[in-house]
Design a protein around this ligand. Structure first.
Ligand code: NZQ
Ligand code: MN
Length: 386
């Protein structure tokens, strides 16, 4: 299995449990007396979580500064602005509160606040230091809570690359399922499906290894019993907790083994169309990409089908491997994400440019795909998913 050289490192201290946000003050105080809270524009205000965090921090003697302008699929302008504020206010800690967008931003801000160059330049200039980051995650999706990656969009060029240096690992992650209960069904569906694609791609990719595969296996089990239920029973905290665990495990898996062509193709979609939820973009691309990878992944698809509870019955190997694709289509229908790129507002004449971008900005993911893929084939996948 997989690469011969394996390098395993993840320094994130993970705290998991209902109500754990109440410990955020004590945890923050270990790092600084002043923290920049990085969050989005509405959800954490509306659910009362931001107000609660502010009080918890103040009670522990940590002075909070708030930056609450992060948009879904965050831009470098927001990140640079927040980094400027972090410097001005001399904060010693960044706390990301929200979904992948605020959490990714918190890591990028932590880097930019330490240096003197725009955050975009860190794509080329490796960062070696960053302010400490604590993540408090509100979606169960990206895995950003426990990994080093940050994804940002350049609004001028529409490029949406990811980057991640060792100094960007959060110091601590607070995973409190109660915070996730307020996710509306569409966000639950899109972020939950993101988890599936993380483990699909980490489990089958060229950089797979025994460690990431272990995370993936447990995640498949968790998804089998909880993804659709989370959509239908938003207030069931046990199910929210299981999805939160799945998100974190999958986040650790991609930290080790990366993603593949589905992610490489999705980033140009939500980069060009920032109102597209990352998980919805993945949903539109997954079926055609799985068909493309079927031959290369036959044994893995059989194993995943088994983990997701698909009965083998009298199926041949080929049929059983293919049944995973049918299972995923079924799952997408159950969470109302059985969609195509045109349903997301993507314009057909933009597809060739997007195929090019997949390699320019997400080349490492395209190269990790189990089946070799070039720009021409990438365009075919986009067209077939349209
Ligand atoms: O707008 P706000 O107030 O932030 O509300 C958000 C947003 O509108 C809302 N929301 C979040 N938690 C909620 C909630 N609403 C009610 N209750 C809650 N508990 O949901 C909307 C989407 O949030 P967002 O953070 O954008 O979603 P997600 O968690 O899917 O993050 C997506 C971003 O993460 C990147 C994506 O590319 C995208 O930019 N990714 C990061 C990865 C990583 N760090 O490893 C890997 C992923 O593959 C992905 O690329
Ligand atoms: Mn993803």
């Amino acid at each position: 299995m997989g690469a011969l050289n394996i390098n395993v490192f993840n320094p994130v201290r993970i705290h998991f449990g209902n109500g754990f946000i109440s410990e955020a003050g004590k945890i923050a105080k270990k790092y600084s007396d002043t923290a920049l809270i990085v969050t989005g524009k509405t959800s954490m205000q509306k659910s009362g979580t931001l107000g609660r965090l502010v009080k918890i921090l103040k009670d522990a003697g940590v002075n909070p500064v708030i930056y609450d302008k992060i948009t879904p699929n965050p831009t470098i302008d927001e990140i640079d602005e927040a980094a400027r504020i972090a410097k001005e206010k001399r904060v010693g800690l960044i706390i990301g509160l929200g979904g992948g967008s605020p959490l990714d931003s918190s890591k990028a801000i932590a880097v930019a606040a330490k240096g003197n160059i725009p955050v975009w330049d860190y794509l080329k200039t490796p960062a070696t230091e960053a302010l400490p980051v604590i993540t408090i995650v509100s979606t169960s999706g990206t895995g950003s809570e426990v990994n080093r990656y940050s994804v940002m969009t350049n609004p001028k060029t529409k490029e949406k690359p990811g980057f991640g240096y060792e100094c960007m690992y959060p110091k601590e992650a607070i995973i409190d399922p109660e915070i996730m209960a307020s996710m509306p069904p569409y966000v639950t569906a899109a972020t939950g499906f993101d988890v599936f694609v993380h483990v699909l791609e980490a489990f089958t990719g060229k950089a797979r290894n025994a460690f990431s595969s272990a995370y993936c296996m447990q995640t498949f089990y968790l998804l089998k019993d909880n993804l659709i239920k989370a959509y239908n029973e938003p207030n069931n905290l046990e199910i929210r907790g299981n999805m939160a665990l799945a998100s974190a495990l999958a986040g650790l898996a991609i930290d080790l083994s990366g993603v593949g062509i589905i992610h490489a193709l999705e980033h140009p979609v939500s980069g060009n169309y920032p109102n597209v939820a990352h998980g919805a973009g993945l949903a539109a691309l997954v079926v055609e990409s799985m068909k493309y990878n079927l031959e290369a992944c036959k044994r893995d698809f059989m194993l995943i089908a088994h983990h997701l509870g698909v009965k083998r019955a009298g199926k041949t190997d080929d049929e059983y491997a293919y049944s995973l694709i049918e299972k995923i289509e079924e799952m997408l229908k159950a969470i109302n994400l059985n969609i195509r790129l045109k349903d997301l507002g993507v314009e057909k004449d933009r597809l060739p440019g997007m195929a090019k971008e997949a390699f320019a900005t997400m080349g490492f993911a395209a190269q990790n795909n189990p089946e070799t893929v070039d720009e021409k084939e990438a365009l075919k996948l986009l067209e077939a998913s349209y």
